[in-house]
Design a binder for this molecule. Structure first.
Ligand code: FES
Ligand SMILES: [Fe+2]
Length: 339
């Protein structure tokens, strides 16, 4: 299984990286993350070049990582700075250091060629830190499935009808056609649902009463960064190209999927909203409700992985697969090109 290497992936919530040596598996590679005394995060290959003991089993001493077997010692750039059992430092005693960047409360890691690790390539979040916008986040969700099954799900507005009947779905969701758009950075599947009863997850937060026009915007950027936008406006005021109603409910959900390996993924998510910006109770309620809904996805996606692993029959495609098909095709091309 190959992954897109020259890309930023969410490695951890920034506030979860401390001086403790934290082992992670990302794109099938073992990495150890930690924070040095100047507050910078560092990421090293988690294998001592002597006997491949994970460096995360060693100790952090004055910002250097000391192997827990024979004391080979590495700085944050991966250079060996001490070899206590040898007369001199062996020339090949080094480990790989991964470029990192902290942004949006996350530590991002670059798994490819370090020369190309430009933080400007991290997905852009326009309303981050904007006054009037609220924020909520939940814990990272481990998934026992390939990350592209998650991308499929996040490019598929239809699934809410069956997977989230008590939260994101409304009665009208199923049959409305979806517009699929491909751009160099990703694929979007979107549709306006006109004159609908607001779905339960959203109804309690709307500024207006009665029926609504609803936008479902499901976008995934390469390699696996989803931007899911929900817009609700009073019925009759929405639709493609319409100016935004003053009472519009806007919620952008950011979902970053980091492949662990070919069978596991980690799912980072947070939401930004244009209402109740500083209301902690609203943030907590949204986090609880989103967690509940994403748990519904997790059950399905883990079972899809098992189903795909245990069946030898070819799968069939449905109309709602168009966006994920385009996404997978373009991503496969990028992965093939990286060699
Ligand atoms: S295994 Fe690390 S120094 Fe021996
Ligand atoms: Fe879902």
């Amino acid at each position: 299984m190959s992954f897109l290497k020259n890309a930023w992936y969410a490695a951890s919530w920034a506030d979860e990286i401390t001086a403790a040596l934290t082992p992670l598996e990302i794109l099938g590679e073992r990495v150890v993350l930690y924070r040095t005394s100047d507050g910078q995060c560092a990421a090293l290959e988690d294998a001592c070049p002597h006997r491949m003991l994970p460096l995360s089993m060693g100790r952090l001493v004055e910002d250097t990582v000391v192997c827990g077997y024979h004391g080979l010692t590495f700085d944050a750039a991966g250079a060996c700075v001490a070899a206590p059992t040898s007369v001199a430092i062996p020339p090949k005693a080094c480990v790989r250091a991964y470029p990192l960047a902290e942004r949006y409360g996350l530590v991002w890691i670059w798994m490819g060629d370090p020369v190309r690790a430009d933080p400007a390539l991290i997905v852009e979040i326009p309303h981050w830190g904007s006054p009037g916008w609220g924020y909520n986040r939940g814990p990272v969700m481990p998934l026992d499935c390939h990350y592209l099954y998650v991308a499929d799900n996040l490019l598929d507005p239809t699934h809410v009808t069956w997977v989230h009947p008590g939260s994101f779905a409304d009665a009208s969701c199923a049959a409305v056609p979806i517009e699929t758009t491909s751009r160099p950075e990703g694929v979007t599947a979107a549709r306006w649902l006109l004159d609908v009863e607001p779905a339960p997850f959203y109804a309690k937060h709307l500024k207006f009463a009665g029926r609504a026009d609803r936008l479902q915007h499901y976008e995934v950027r390469y390699p696996a960064n989803a931007i899911i936008k929900a817009v609700f406006v009073p019925a009759g005021s929405g639709g493609k190209g319409q100016p935004l109603h003053a009472d519009a409910f806007l919620m952008d959900s950011f979902n970053f999927i980091t492949p662990v390996n070919a069978r596991q993924s980690r799912y980072f998510w947070f939401q930004l909203r244009n209402f109740a910006a500083n209301d902690e109770a609203v943030s907590r309620k949204l986090t609880d409700d989103v967690k509940h809904a994403f748990e519904e996805d997790r059950v399905i996606l883990n079972a899809v992985q098992i189903g795909m692993d245990t069946s030898s029959k070819p799968t069939i495609d449905l109309k709602n697969d168009l966006a994920s098909h385009r996404f997978r095709t373009a991503l496969a091309r990028m992965i093939a090109k990286q060699g």
